[in-house]
Write a protein that binds this ligand. Sequence first.
Ligand SMILES: [Zn+2]
Length: 143
Amino acid sequence: MTATSSADGHSQTELIVNEIAQELRTLDDGVAWFSGLSPASRRDVLQQVGGYAMQAHITAADGRAGVARSGVKPTANPSVMICMDPPRYGFSGLPADEHVKAFRVLVSVFAVADTRRRHTYCKNACGHPWHNLPSPRSSQQPS
Ligand SMILES: [Zn+2]
């Protein structure tokens, strides 16, 4: 047993969000996890994922691309917020019934920006632990 992992803390959010971004997990699977959290935890997760999106330097174009694949209407509040230039990040302040939409939008937009980063800046190797996740599938190395 390690002393580091404390229940569903930040590390779990980080892992799940990055697994979705790297297509190791489906968005629906992530939404199922998110939906099972308490309202307070959901706000916490939204704040965290908003932070990831901010760090990934998402653009308005990323916002539109992410919204398109999130399954959320472009007219929904979270979609409008993320497509602003600069984006608005007050997702944890949205009413509770919009939290799932906000999660879908945020994770999808983060995935767009992070995928670009992995394909450019990070190329084949980088020191970001979250870009070097163990694959849940058999680890075959493409040669
Ligand atoms: Zn990286």
